[in-house]
Design a protein around this ligand. Structure first.
Ligand code: ADP
Ligand code: MG
Length: 392
């Protein structure tokens, strides 16, 4: 089966107030029509370095156009049963959150995340002969510890486990059934409040952690009397800032923290390099929690989009060059995404079996023992669901 490359786009923001006050020059030139970025070395007459991507967006771009170009097709695939991942990569303050979450006003600046959620729930509302179950989970990796941003105890450290069918997963991570865009956005906002944030010189509320918001979509579609079950997941990954230490003025605890943050990011870089150099048999997924969890998104069964945020300013030249090189390597990764049909652990199937059993119970076809067993199972699950709802 032919592979499919990871899609990579870059977006360059305008000069910010601080850069303007410092009278920074602009070193990034964007050629949207050909998806190219040219980077000019400050004070040098050398020809610019050129990088070509699946999309290059300049300071006048907006998230609506980015969504239409690369977000929409990815979410369509998720609704067809493919796994999807969107990474936001780049130096702190360059526009990762602006592109992912965005701002509500003007509407074209609403980010890729709310647009993806809307897209999913619009489809849930209109697709005929199809039942959906949508769940969400939200975790953070901070100093190589995994925390559940939507769990009862935000400080509990969770473990990674491996399962022959499911692959790598986080044990005890809470999952929340959601049925509308508003509900899932509220859930995400509640989780985001629990993220570890640290103030650095570059951006007062910059996040020093990686977060993964996962939307699990199960669909049971009836086609000519046959029911087909599919399950997919969408990972929205907000990576910690990719900048090196000198510039952010990190010291003490914050420097230690930064080293570990860079450990995950450099592990990600090493995985990307190993995947694209064509020679390595060993891909070092196991070197960090981030790469273990995202193994499927890099060289696996997932359609992946990487959004790289850039600053145009001359004083960020080195960081911008390093982001462009990272992005340039990533676009050579080949994934092999397939539709996930008939998953063994689909919750929709369990629910349907329960309904069938209930119907049988109503029809008086169960023995008293069978009826008692069934009811105790249902009560257990109902308690579980109620417990999850109570917390939010
Ligand atoms: P990051 O998440 O990468 O640390 P942010 O998305 O928070 O960075 O962006 C930092 C600041 O720059 C924010 O105030 C944001 O509104 C602004 N910004 C980022 N990208 C753009 C853009 N393309 N156009 C206008 N403002 C932007
Ligand atoms: Mg951010």
């Amino acid at each position: 089966m032919p592979g499919e490359a990871v899609q990579v786009i870059v977006r360059c923001r305008p000069l910010n107030k601080r850069e303007k006050a410092l009278e920074c020059g602009t070193v990034v030139e964007t050629f949207t029509d050909v998806g190219q970025v040219q980077l000019h070395k400050p004070g040098s007459d050398d020809p610019p370095k050129k990088f070509t991507f699946d999309g290059a967006y300049d300071q006048n771009s907006n998230s609506q156009m980015i969504y239409e170009d690369v977000g929409f097709p990815l979410i369509e695939s998720v609704l067809e049963g493919y796994n999807g991942t969107i990474f936001a990569y780049g130096q702190t303050g360059c526009g990762k959150s602006f592109t992912m979450e965005g701002i509500p006003d003007p509407p074209e600046h609403r980010g890729l995340t709310p647009r993806s959620f809307e897209h999913i729930f619009q489809e849930v509302a209109v697709r005929e002969n199809c039942k959906f179950l949508v769940r969400a989970s939200y975790l953070e990796i901070y100093n190589e510890n995994i925390r559940d941003l939507l769990g009862q105890d935000h400080n509990a450290k969770l473990d990674l486990k491996e399962h022959p069918d499911k692959g790598v997963y986080v044990k005890d991570l809470s999952e929340h059934v959601v049925s509308s865009t508003e509900e899932i956005l509220r859930l995400m906002a509640a989780g985001s409040k629990n993220r570890s944030v640290g103030a650095t010189l570059m951006n007062a509320d910059s996040s020093r952690s990686h977060s993964i918001f996962t939307v699990w979509v199960e669909a049971a579609e009836t086609i000519e009397g046959d029911e087909k079950l599919r399950a997919s997941k969408l990972n929205l990954v907000d990576l910690a800032g990719s900048e090196r230490q000198g510039k952010t003025g990190a010291t003490g605890d914050r420097l230690k923290e930064a080293t570990k943050i860079n450990l995950s990011l450099s592990a990600l870089g090493n995985v990307i390099s190993a995947l694209v150099d064509g020679k390595s048999k060993h891909i070092p997924y196991r070197d960090s929690k981030l790469t273990r969890l995202l193994q499927d998104s890099l060289g696996g069964n997932t359609k992946t989009l990487m959004v790289c945020a850039l600053s145009p300013a001359d004083n960020n030249y080195d960081e911008t060059l390093s982001t462009l090189r990272y992005a340039n390597r990533a676009k050579n990764i080949q994934n092999k995404a397939i539709i996930n049909e008939d998953p063994k652990d689909a919750l929709l199937r369990q629910y349907q079996e329960e309904i069938e059993q209930l119907k049988a119970l109503l029809a008086g076809q169960l023995s008293p023992d069978q009826a008692a067993m069934l009811l105790s199972g249902l009560n257990h699950r109902r308690r579980h669901r109620c417990f999850r709802q109570c917390r939010h």
